[in-house]
Write a protein of this length. Structure first.
Length: 249
């Protein structure tokens, strides 16, 4: 049998083609691995304009954060007395919900100490960046920054001794969803400390939309599974009310 030799030039050409073609042209792709279906993300409900008869205020923009650390704040609001009545203990896990640039966050971090932890939640990353810088300057490291959403503060279940909300609740665009998440985050006797400018007091120099009455606060919190367990009426401008879960509902 005659054997034909393949010219060297042809072999070289075929080799160059195979190299140039690459794996995509020469190897049949494998079928993609089957993975469990990703759960459908629930749509975020639209922001409310009113809730249980109250008009909801707009969230304070991060550009105005300097107002939170103004020099007059202690004199106007007696912040020291407010914090004293929180009765924060070393080693506790507490949350500053609507932390802003950290006026109260840093305070809480010092109170809970090295064995405690503060979760600082805000929906504006610019606020959290300011807080981070302030904490670094003061060498405070027991703060966890959490970028929440309008409906989910992203808190751990059943871990919190205290959730502090200072002049922020009236700005929540979806209060029922946030309160449901906070309720889940509390220990059995964990508390919400709610601080809001008094609507009943005409001497409080804050716009009406940014103030709340006790009656309205009670209406909203009892509707969301909370009970009033304590209150302090000695602050210059604000209500200070403490709530726990009402497990009878």
């Amino acid at each position: 049998m005659n054997k034909r030799r393949i010219p060297l030039s042809l072999i070289t050409a075929i080799s160059l083609f195979l190299i140039a073609a690459g794996p995509n042209e020469l190897i049949k792709p494998k079928s993609p691995t089957t993975r469990p279906a990703t759960p459908t993300t629930q749509p975020v409900p639209p922001p409310l304009t009113h809730y249980l008869g109250r008009e909801i205020a707009q969230t304070m923009h991060w550009a105005g954060a300097g107002w939170l650390t103004r020099e007059e704040r202690e004199k106007e609001e007696d912040c020291t007395t407010m914090v004293k009545h929180l009765k924060v203990q070393p080693g506790q896990t507490v949350c500053d919900l609507g932390a802003g640039n950290g006026f109260y966050t840093l305070w809480l971090a010092k109170l809970v100490g090295e064995k405690g932890r503060v979760l600082a939640v805000d929906i504006q990353p610019e606020m959290l960046e300011m807080l981070k810088q302030r904490a670094e300057r003061e060498k405070i490291s027991n703060i966890e920054l959490i970028l929440g959403t309008t409906v989910d503060p992203k808190l751990p279940d059943g871990k919190l001794d205290l959730v502090l909300m200072v002049d922020v609740y009236h700005e929540l665009s979806n209060p029922a969803e946030v309160l449901a998440a906070v309720r889940k985050s509390l220990k059995p006797h964990g508390r919400i400390a709610l601080v809001e400018y008094r609507l009943e007091d005409d001497t409080v120099p804050i716009k009406l939309l940014h103030r709340m009455s006790k009656a309205q606060i009670m209406k909203e919190y009892t509707a969301n599974g909370f009970k009033l367990v304590d209150q302090f009426d000695g602050l210059p401008w604000q209500h200070l009310m403490f709530f726990e879960r009402d497990d009878t509902k």
